[in-house]
Design a protein around this ligand. Sequence first.
Ligand SMILES: [Zn+2]
Ligand SMILES: [Zn+2]
Ligand SMILES: [Zn+2]
Ligand SMILES: [Zn+2]
Length: 272
Amino acid sequence: MDRLSHALDEALLSDLECPVCREYMVPPINLCTNGHNICSKCRQKVQCCPTCRAEFSSIRNVALESIARRLKYPCANRQTGCLDLFSIEHIAEHQAVCAYGPIECPLNKVNVGCPWKGFKSDLKEHAKAAHPRYFSERSTFFSYMLQDEAALLFCFGEVFLSYKRIRDGRFYCVVQLIGPSSQASKYKCEFKLHVVDEIEEICKTFTVRSYLEDFETSFNSGKCLRLDALVVRHFVVQNVLNLTVTLSTVQRRASITQPKNSTGVLKPGKYM
Ligand SMILES: [Zn+2]
Ligand SMILES: [Zn+2]
Ligand SMILES: [Zn+2]
Ligand SMILES: [Zn+2]
């Protein structure tokens, strides 16, 4: 967005602030007989206009409602770091799952049963004190057991939840960011299964998923580690599994140049 339209949006948004609750008004926007606006929630609670004490009229501010429908609203968690903007149809849906609002302890997703609820910025302190077994500040972790396992990783200024699961002859491992998928796609994780002699290995890299997605969806997306348990058992030596998971940031190239190809069809090469 350019600077002028940004400034315009800010000005329009401030006109949309309800004089009572200070939240942005969404349609229906009611008017008093002198033309002052009030949001529909506050309209129910007060007898007369809080600005001029006049009566309310049954007329709605159609012009302002139509502007409201075209504007992008900032998330209510802007103060705690959410910089996303949403249309009025989508903002409530987003705020219900916004990672910058108060969140539950993410370990509840792996059935730890923790009653903690708070801001993401306080999660590190909580995890360190209450869940030292799951806590790590490294971007690489090792898994030595062929059983279900979870970890909370605090690195790159973010929080990640890793989860490994063996179910119905399949081995799954996923890393999710405690945040929206737009942020999660900035990170990738490499899963490496190896044996001591380093001759045989399986190495796969996927972008990090968002924790707003349930594990079933991550596992069925094809975008996380999913192997036949029989294959994984091959990497268990003397009851020790050798799985290394490494998180890193995605380096996107500024522009990707298309390889020249006269037919426009990809030729079979080393990637096929
Ligand atoms: Zn209000
Ligand atoms: Zn008034
Ligand atoms: Zn938000
Ligand atoms: Zn907890």
